[in-house]
Write a protein that binds this ligand. Structure first.
Ligand code: ATP
Ligand code: MG
Length: 269
């Protein structure tokens, strides 16, 4: 595949490079074709928040890490998009928080499982749950492939990080009593509204920050971490994220000119 060179000062550089990563992940069979579309939906919401991690998201990230650090058995659920975008950070976060890694796919194919497993192992993962050679149990509320979970992973987890997740599954995880953390750029998705903590941010910015906060918070007394989690209000978090988008759109509607980002002379994209 021809790799596209994006000039340093191109206003859409990060977004275009991220797209390349997803496309490459698709070529390696990690990302499902529907995953490309899900990424596009995420991109649209990223535009609305200005493609920056805001203070609302930073707070949610901190509390999410606190919840993972206080959990008895935290698990990170990995799908193709997560694996293609942030494999190394996902493995590092699992090490810092003691969370198990579990592959869970909406569109299961052995080829995809193998590709994701290989990528996680190359990123340093020692153990990966949810693979076909492992025992499995089912979440009764779901009919698709995703109802299969690993009994040593999601099956017995108390806190689960399910980034870029579908609403049906999040709802099912809530029904069986799990504490669910998600990363979802759309604060109106069913996943966003069913979760206990929703980080409204792009996973490419969010995961490195989760790693940073995990290092920062790992020696914080347990009661302080628990207090952070107990006092978090996800409805307020989502309402504030939606308000931020509304305010930003209001400001932009008064100053369309500010959207004309110039490509510097010499740039050729
Ligand atoms: P739901 O099923 O929760 O109602 P949906 O059907 O709109 O949501 P899905 O495709 O099931 O969407 O889930 C993918 C979610 O991940 C979407 O809400 C999308 O906005 C979000 N998303 C995609 N890419 C990213 C990304 N890079 N960072 C954060 N969120 C993302
Ligand atoms: Mg969905």
């Amino acid at each position: 595949m021809v790799k596209i060179e994006i000039p340093e000062d191109h206003p859409r550089k990060v977004s275009l490079e991220t797209r390349e990563k997803i496309i490459e992940g698709h070529t390696r069979h990690e990302v499902a074709t529907a995953g490309l579309l899900a990424h596009g939906r995420g991109e649209a919401f990223d535009y609305l928040i200005g493609e920056k991690t805001n203070d609302i998201a930073k707070h949610a990230i901190k509390v999410a890490v606190a919840a993972m650090l206080t959990a008895h058995h935290p698990v990170i659920s990995v799908n193709g998009n997560v694996c293609a975008l942030v494999p190394a950070e996902t493995v590092t976060l699992s090490e810092l928080t003691g969370a198990a890694l579990e592959i869970n796919l909406f569109y299961y194919r052995k080829e995809r499982e193998d590709a994701i497993l290989g990528a996680l192992k190359s990123a340093g993962a020692k153990e990966v749950l949810g693979t076909h050679d492992r025992p499995s149990e089912t979440i009764p509320e779901l009919s698709s492939n995703r109802r299969k979970v690993d009994p040593d992973g999601i099956g017995s987890a108390d806190v689960i990080l399910v980034p870029l997740e579908d609403g049906d599954r999040t709802e099912a995880l809530k029904t069986i009593g799990k504490f669910v953390i998600t990363i979802d750029l759309n604060p109106m998705s069913r996943t966003a509204v069913y979760s206990d903590i929703t980080i409204v941010d792009n996973i490419i910015r969010c995961l490195p920050l989760m790693v940073e906060y995990a290092r920062e918070l790992k020696d914080t007394p347990l009661d302080e971490l628990l207090k952070m989690v107990e006092t978090f209000d996800n409805e307020k978090n989502l309402a504030d994220s939606i308000k931020l988008m509304r305010t930003r759109l209001g400001d932009l509607s008064k100053n369309i000119g500010s959207l004309r980002q110039k490509i510097q002379p010499g740039a050729n994209a």
